[in-house]
Design a protein around this ligand. Structure first.
Ligand code: NDP
Length: 242
């Protein structure tokens, strides 16, 4: 007998928003497939009915194989939360273009790989939810964000197009666009002056959102009946002005 709610895939589940969402959806009783490159933080969660795999989302074959393995064990995917991402801020004149490539590979190609792994099955079953984590930087611009903003505008744009395409198949597409959230995200930016300025900006607004705040938002949107699609949620700290 099944003792769990349907399978949810979460990419980028080893820290921040993905990890907080994994905890919350597990409390709700869902089986989970957790994907990220670092396996240990996902194993440490010790969530019941979960499979954690070390997968780079830019590796399409690995994403497909992981989803197939989880479906074999827990049944069809009901939802995917395409959350894995990196933010490498930089001035476009001086930034190493390799950083743009990484962001495009993970934030855009990786997200498309997640969609690819589940869309055909959801269309066939006429049921499912795809949640894409974009950013407020998918709607407006910020200093030193050119390449990152490019990836997040891509996520917001393709998500709306995907929503239109999958809507006749009763598949929901939900775009989450957070403002600043306290996670590991900023730590990968290599320019120390930009990092310091960003931290000052966060402190100037008296602190930012927590990963749990975003997990609650994702849970709320996903928790609506299948006939209700909250298309887009922009969520920022009240004191985030931009
Ligand atoms: P974190 O850095 O804490 O988490 C990012 C997650 O993505 C980690 O689990 C990381 O795991 C995973 N990840 C990175 N690269 C890959 C990869 N190649 N393959 C698989 N997983 C990968 O940051 P957040 O929780 O803040 O970020 C989550 C999402 O939220 C991102 O898409 C980000 O752009 C978005 N966002 C964040 C905001 C913020 O202020 N924090 C604001 C708006 C949007 P690992 O390194 O183990 O692979």
């Amino acid at each position: 007998m099944t003792t769990h709610k349907p399978l949810v895939v979460i990419t980028g589940a080893s820290s921040g928003i993905g990890l907080a969402t994994a905890r919350l959806l597990s409390r709700r009783g869902h089986a989970l497939l957790l994907l990220a490159r670092r396996l240990e933080p996902m194993l440490q969660l010790q969530l019941p009915n979960s499979l954690a795999l070390s997968v780079d989302v830019s590796d399409r074959a690995a994403v497909l194989a992981a989803v197939a393995q989880a479906e074999q064990r827990f049944g069809p995917v009901d939802a995917i939360i395409n959350n894995a991402g990196v933010m490498l801020l930089g001035s476009i004149a001086t930034q190493d273009p390799g950083e743009w490539d990484r962001m495009l590979d993970i934030n855009v190609r990786g997200l498309l790989n997640g969609i690819h792994a589940v869309a055909a099955g959801m269309v066939e079953r006429k049921h499912g939810t795809i949640i894409n984590v974009s950013s407020v930087a998918g709607r407006k611009t910020f200093p030193n964000h050119v390449a990152y903003v490019g990836t997040k505008f891509a996520v917001s744009g393709l998500s709306e197009n995907l929503r239109e395409e999958l809507s006749p198949s009763n598949v929901r597409v939900i775009t989450i666009e957070p403002g600043a959230v306290e996670t590991e995200l900023l730590s990968h930016t290599s320019d120390e002056a930009i990092k310091a300025g960003y931290n000052d900006w966060k402190q100037g607004m008296g602190g930012v959102l927590t990963a749990d705040n975003i997990a609650e938002v994702i849970d709320f949107a996903y928790g609506q009946p299948q006939s209700v699609c909250i298309r887009e949620i922009v969520v920022c700290a009240t004191r985030q002005q931009q």
